[in-house]
Design a protein around this ligand. Sequence first.
Ligand SMILES: *Cc1c(COP(=O)(O)O)cnc(C)c1O
Length: 424
Amino acid sequence: MTADSPPVRRLADWDQNRLRTLAETHGTPLYVLDLDRVRENYERFAAAFPDAHVMYAAKAHTGRAVLATLLDSGADIECAARGELRRAIAAGADPNTLQYTAVNPPAQDLDFAVELGAENPGLTITAGARDTFDRLEDRGYDGRVAIRVNPGIGTGHHEKVATGKDAKFGIHAREVPAVAAEVARSFDLVGIHAHVGSGVLTGDLDDHCRAIATVADIAGETAATAGLSFEFVDVGGGFGVPYREDVEPLDLDVVADRVREATADLDARLSLEPGRYVVADAECILTRVNTVKETPTSTVVGVDASLATLIRPAMFDSYHPIRNVTEPGRENEPVSVGGPCCTSADVFCTDRPIARPGRGDILAIGNAGAYGYELANQFHSQPRPAEVAIEDSEATVVRRRETLEDVMRVESTPTDATGLGDEP
Ligand SMILES: *Cc1c(COP(=O)(O)O)cnc(C)c1O
């Protein structure tokens, strides 16, 4: 049983020789994805919640290899955009098992979901605004829906992910019973949903479970006052992983006990949507040192990965472990590591002790599996990196490196704008 797998994989636990070889073979920057670890993480999580319905939140990493691995492990998938639905189906998901969470959904996303639902009555659409239900009704949809509630409490590693108190997400707790009564007249209202934060670790569990208990209360009150019964109450994802080496991983048995306590009075199945937890420590990035500069105040190490490769440090001030895999035995020296982008935000660390990097060394950046490749971009006209997946010790390229041709393919000028074709 892989449910016994270690609760955390640190950057030093990766096979350093393997990483060096992969960098030589496939070039840098390179994403290295361990599909066996993805599977372990999902199975450990699912084993801790044996009575719950566990869906993987695709947006953390929507790569086809990840989705196919999780589907094979028995996971269902939660999607928050039409592209994610499309990719989940391409990876082999039965549309009848998909849950689509609509947040300010563009028209084409709703069109896609409604069309999918017409053929696949098992699809569930979650909405967090009256407006969205109206737009579904306008499209003739009368299938399964869930109401996303805003419990007024947010938790997590950064205010930009504490979605539970952000008015953008969900219907205000006070309004839920009335909205539910209305929604149940036009749709098959099967659930109550909330996703309140992200990166929740042991110290955040009290707040997180208070938010979950609030959601359970809202569900109970809504069922009572509107005379409804719910098939499920979905408390979202948000379960964190330790990015820093000295932080302990979540004890899933404790988490499961606490969540069970918070939802004890629930007369519905519990659903969970972990994203980050499943993929974060299953991927690292390999990058090559191209410049080492001593300055009067610090040592600056230039690498070929940038905020276009991994934007989390620039966007969320996220800490990612970094290790010199070419010369791990060298003495540590405080260095700042940054990429080729012309902004001071393009740094992975500042004055951090790392085995003194030299030009040509390969550095590994850990915990890059969640919101890593998914947020990669082409800033500075940089092609996005390749991704290599390891499964049963075999390494396979599952995403080829983009080329400059890929970067330029979609553009034109007003005078030669022929043949680009319509937007699909
Ligand atoms: C992002 C998201 C998740 C997953 O969040 P994690 O912090 O990655 O676990 C789950 N549900 C919804 C609706 C989300 O938007």
